[in-house]
Design a protein around this ligand. Sequence first.
Ligand SMILES: Cc1cc2nc3c(=O)[nH]c(=O)nc-3n(C[C@H](O)[C@H](O)[C@H](O)COP(=O)(O)OP(=O)(O)OC[C@H]3O[C@@H](n4cnc5c(N)ncnc54)[C@H](O)[C@@H]3O)c2cc1C
Length: 726
Amino acid sequence: MDLTFSPQEIAFRDELRGWLANNQPDPEPTEGGEDAHYAWRRDWQRRLYDGGWAAPAWPAEYGGRGVSLTESAIYFEEIGRARVPMAANVLGLLLGGPTLMVWGTDEQKERYLTPILSGEEIWCQGFSEPEAGSDLASLKTKAVKDGDEWVVTGQKVWTSGAQYAKWCMLVARTDGEVAKHKGLTYFLMDMEQDAVQVRPLRQITGEAEFNELFIEEARIPDANVVGGVGNGWKVALTTLMNERAGLGFALQIRLRQLLDDLIAVAAERGLLEDPLYADALAELHIRCESIRLLAWKGLTDVERYGQPGPEGSLVKWLWSDTNQRLTQLAIDIVGPEALTWGSSWTYEWLRARGNTIEGGTTEVLKNIVAERVLGLPRLKVAAEMDFGLTDDQREIQRTARELLAERAKPERVREHAEAATNDDALWGELCELGWPGIAIDERFGGQGLGQIELSILCEELGRSLAPVPFLPSVMAAAVIEQDGSEAQRERWLGGLAAGETVGALGSALDGTAELVIGGAQADVFVLIEPDGSGRLLAREDAEVTPVSSVDPTRSTASVSAADGSGEALGEGACAGLGRALVSVSSELVGVCDRALGMTVEYVKDRKQFGVPVGAYQAVSHRCAQMLLETEQARSTAAFAAWTADSDPEQLAEAAAMAKACASSAGREVTATAIQLHGGIGFTWEADLHWLYKRAQIDAALLGGAKRHRARLAGILAERLGASAAV
Ligand SMILES: Cc1cc2nc3c(=O)[nH]c(=O)nc-3n(C[C@H](O)[C@H](O)[C@H](O)COP(=O)(O)OP(=O)(O)OC[C@H]3O[C@@H](n4cnc5c(N)ncnc54)[C@H](O)[C@@H]3O)c2cc1C
């Protein structure tokens, strides 16, 4: 995952920032109701268009700039940062235009794209009907061919922005004889005809953003069929995919703004120090960041496959749920004032209720994730998300996975776990391959690669549960390398890189760490105190008492620095700690991924009442939830690994986020895996309990989710204090 911008991307960002600084929208109207508000957004879109900034990703011939997807993402982020209004023709820009670019004829592109961009012609989406919402394909609005025109009759409902629209993306039935998905056609319907009546529908916010459409023999020329007669379902899917992925990208930025506003309100009221609110805000911060990372990942899909994939459903699901939680928390933080009609928080809170319904309900999105991403109940291979690894990194991942599949088979791991022994032969092989030294500097005998490569190995080892002291050793090495003196580095790193020396690291209180993984066999220890300071101990300086932990795939011990023995590390806070947190988070991602994979296979296979249990929504939705949590953990861990290598100043925050996310995912995903395996999941023979136990140990290692959310809340409060001082 490379988030470093190229000089061209930086130039693009700076040009846009400059333009926005010189081109502010008019002040938001306080009178004139929804119409005045809409006119204000339309005017703003026109100014964006005139400046060439309405949709830079569009081809230049239609008024865009043909910029790359990264630049397009930068565009959304900058537009968000400038806090300007959303362009009026949002459905045209984000849904209609992109659909035409895939399915439209040259004439249609020529005719429609530019007026969408300028806001001269507004678009609306006429999909839902009174009896066809989630099951869109059962819609009844009919279109009958009459010469070179189509005559359309029916009713649409909840049509947003129809009162301002010139064109409607209309899906209608053109053949009642074939299977319901096959008889649909996608049209562009002119709204300016008497045969189309728009009746506003008042929403729970009090405003009438959406409408009913009564269509009585409306006329549509044949030239306005998009994508061919009978192909409407496929074209509509393109619109819906763009709705979930494209809109998701714009909306996550709005979510970030709201969260920043809420944190500022909480700070003003002194609530950031209240552990209840601090925890809730930190959790929202993590969610916002993982939505951002998943949305970036969605852009990579568009780059690769030409359109968003079904994973866009994850972004929309997570965004809508987070926006509801955020605005609900705002009501608690702001207090009675937020329950007074007309305050902006009241609006946001009420409007958020629609988020889990519009653009596909959350339940339907979970179905899509279960069926199309995880392959439930139809037997399909789960799509794997990667975060833009380079070819070399992918090669490391592939060889590691193959090697461990061969050398750390479940039966071999189980044998060692039951005997509570390490797999010394495997450890020897890994050392020969240079794994323990992958991220250690070459001058100490390491391979000198980065945290990303190290994280790849941690994830693979987590997936296999290989009984080797890899994680404790690389965590100790990271702290010694980052925070140790030159003498300490020279004494320890060579042995650690070669794997001849085993390291271990643990959280200590007044010099004693109760549960140090790898501790029973380690030669060198790093103990981290709650204030972040570290202590380095050779084995002979430590009191080591072996402990038998719930996870026997690695040795464990209680370790004490008797009478203050050992040496201090660094100047107080440990910088290497961030890297250690990333490594353990990555291992947790591997554990989650394996638990999810095993569960998906099982529920596809296991039959009850004559069908695979994965066909029950109660089961498939829980699988979808497992995927969501795993992907959140993966995205935050990948980001933190990238940060360690490329932007170390941000590492403390990114590592806390990754560890908080991975710790809760680890616990939840492995527990759900047991549940969905039923009685078998509860047996010793099914290997799930090893994953569950490993996840518990890793989640507790160096602090669990709550502790890292508290750290994050502290970082956010500090940042807020610093910006207030500026
Ligand atoms: C603010 C807002 C704006 C909108 N704008 C537009 C627009 O511009 N154009 C447009 O065409 N439509 C629009 N809609 C409509 C929206 O797309 C539909 O409301 C949505 O698809 C759900 O359909 P429905 O309301 O008929 O609910 P139903 O499909 O009847 O669902 C009712 C409940 O059953 C659940 N359910 C249904 N099927 C399943 C299933 N297979 N598995 C599990 N649970 C299921 C749903 O999740 C929901 O909880 C808008 C809606 C809102 C709230």
